[in-house]
Design a protein around this ligand. Structure first.
Ligand SMILES: [Zn+2]
Length: 306
């Protein structure tokens, strides 16, 4: 077995409060809402939110019958539960994006926003997303763009050593990566995705602008500029709508809660179905037990056997 890629863990983090709620990020949050509205199908059956965090974006997916929130951090999911409730509409899963615990072709849509940013092995994470999407499944991906105007200027002025023009990712802080748009496109196409739309976001992410220009005006201007993503991508954040070309159509599950069990497979040996033992799901393939506690399915580490 190869060494798994390192994971950026938000366990115990106050990311939602410090970054979003009090961090002056209203502009970024609202431009993301607009992009999602433009890219996401109005309705659907089952959506997977990869790196859901505290559920900031989840209400924007309400047109879907059911939403599976996945995050590596359990404490982020607890915050999401407090925000959204433990309704049947939401399924909370603690798991590693590199080892997804779902049967192949399950979802008809998936989103991954501000998550690739922390992926040391981006193609592997994107491949996992592809595997759990059904044929014609829609994938909405956001990534941080290394080829942004600020980085280009800094590089040309000699104030930054790394080149924004080269295809490899740049890790500017540990486990924080920016990507070249062409590299992301290549990965997606090699995996069998067809890119349908590209939007650029956060054109005006400058402290001085955010202080002196009303947020509503900046959001409006950004919403116009988003469409230029079809021709060039020079903003710090890029949204892509891709469709899985191959694969089998997703199975037709209803809203029956008992069916949730059939979503899962063992992340270690890929066996399915798992057996519901109330406090845990048991894998009859390898014998591992995956904890279910306070309505969070936990596939990060198997439970220790008594
Ligand atoms: Zn197993």
């Amino acid at each position: 077995m190869t060494t798994p890629p390192p994971i950026c863990d938000y366990e115990g983090s106050d990311y939602q409060a410090s970054f979003w709620d009090k961090g002056g990020r209203a502009y970024e949050d609202r431009t993301e809402a607009i992009a999602l509205q433009r890219l996401l199908p109005r309705s659907g059956r089952l959506l997977l939110e990869l790196g859901a965090g505290a559920g900031r974006n989840t209400p924007r997916y309400r047109g879907f019958d059911r939403i599976v929130l996945l995050d590596f951090s359990r404490t982020q999911l607890v915050q999401a539960q407090q925000r959204l409730g433990k309704a049947d509409k939401y399924v909370y899963v603690a798991a590693d994006v590199y080892r997804l615990p779902f049967v192949a072709g399950l979802f008809d849509a998936a989103t991954m926003i501000r998550v690739l940013h922390h992926m040391a092995d981006a193609p592997k994470a994107l491949g996992q997303a592809k595997d759990v999407l059904g044929s014609n499944g829609v994938f909405i991906l956001e990534y941080a763009n290394k080829l942004n105007l600020k980085a280009i200027l800094r590089y040309l002025l000699g104030r930054q050593t790394w080149s924004p023009f080269s295809l490899e990712p740049v890790e500017f802080v540990k486990l924080n990566f920016d990507f070249h748009p062409k590299a992301v496109r290549n990965w997606m196409e090699n995996l069998g995705f067809r890119i349908e739309k590209t939007l650029t976001l956060s054109h005006f992410r400058l402290g001085i602008l955010k202080r002196i220009v009303p947020t509503g005006l900046l959001v409006f201007l950004d919403s116009l500029f988003q469409w230029t993503g079809a021709w060039w991508q020079l903003s710090p954040s890029v949204f892509v709508k891709a469709v899985r070309r191959d694969g089998t159509p997703p199975p037709s599950y209803g809203q029956d809660a008992s069916r949730i069990l059939s979503y899962f497979r063992c992340p270690d040996c890929a066996h399915s179905p798992l057996i519901d033992q109330t406090d845990y799901l048991e894998c009859s393939g390898c014998g591992k037990r995956w904890e279910v506690k306070d309505e969070i399915y936990d596939f990060r580490e198997p439970m220790k056997k008594p």
